[in-house]
Design a protein around this ligand. Structure first.
Ligand SMILES: C[S@@+](CC[C@H](N)C(=O)[O-])C[C@H]1O[C@@H](n2cnc3c(N)ncnc32)[C@H](O)[C@@H]1O
Length: 256
């Protein structure tokens, strides 16, 4: 192992370099979960790295259930065709493809250039932090967001931003991984997510990223807390729906 000290921004921390390549370790390859700016940098770099094989790993590790969850989310918007829908943290654009199929007009917004480059949906693509959207107030009929809540630095700020960009009556459908209520399902899911997914991810893509992703569930508040946060942000009828035994959760609400 080679230890080195770097000048400038990093002068105050020791960095262990890769013994073979001499490169710095990747920012998400660590035992503790990062916070704040450090978290955002780690998340962006990680998705840049896994973008090329993201869709393949998703399909394999969810047995294609992810396709079903996205369609349910879009159906739950209950918006008429032609609606302007912002797909936030759009990744490779899977939700945008389904939004277009449903006759909507999606815009794909993500932080990672790597993920946006892999987006083949044909929707307009915007590189931005979804906590500070580069769009005017009340410009959207709907918002979707798939599997990104736990990557955000400040969830309440995100819900406030959703309230800002949606018109009155606008709808949101937010998906993320969940914690199953049933102890047996929770146990099985814990083994699968904690042991099997990192192996599949490691074989097909980046092992460190697929070790980080299951652990990032710890960032998510309880469903009841998220529903209260949505109400505080300006949403009515906030609803939490467990999908597939609770391994995934869907949050829906209407802008007041
Ligand atoms: C697990 S992927 C989900 C992609 C896609 N929504 C899906 O359903 O497959 C999470 C995405 O969130 C993006 N992301 C994380 N934090 C973000 C932020 N603050 N602003 C914009 N995008 C962000 C990442 O770049 C990544 O593409």
């Amino acid at each position: 192992m080679i230890a080195a000290r770097h000048r400038g921004r990093r002068a105050d921390r020791a960095v262990t370099l890769d013994p073979v390549t001499g490169a710095e370790p990747r920012s998400w390859d660590r035992d503790t979960l990062p916070e704040g700016d450090e978290k955002q940098r780690a998340v962006r770099d990680m998705f840049d790295a896994i973008a090329p094989r993201y869709d393949l790993v998703n399909r394999v590790m969810t047995f294609r259930l992810d396709v079903r969850w996205r369609r349910l989310a879009i159906g739950s918007l209950g918006l008429p065709p032609g609606s302007r829908v912002l797909d936030l943290a759009s990744g490779t654009g899977d939700l945008c493809v389904d939004l277009e199929r449903a006759g909507h007009r999606p815009i794909s917004i993500d932080l990672s250039f790597g993920m946006l480059a892999a987006d083949r949906s044909g929707a307009p693509r915007v590189q931005a932090d979804i906590l500070r959207l580069p769009v005017p107030d009340a410009c959207a009929d709907g918002v979707t967001c798939g599997f990104a809540l736990r990557n955000l630095v400040d969830l309440q700020a995100f819900f406030d931003e959703l309230a800002r960009v949606l018109r009155t009556g606008g709808r949101i459908a937010l998906l993320d991984v969940g914690v199953p209520h049933n102890p047996l399902v929770r146990w099985g899911n814990g083994i699968y997510f904690g042991k099997v997914v990192p192996r599949i991810g490691g074989l097909l893509s980046d092992p460190a990223a697929y070790r980080y992703l299951p652990r990032s569930v710890a960032y998510l508040p309880e469903p009841a807390t998220m529903l209260q946060m949505l109400a505080d942000a300006g949403f009515d009828g906030a609803r939490h729906r467990p999908l597939s035994g609770g391994i995934t959760q869907l949050l829906t609400a209407t802008r007041r």
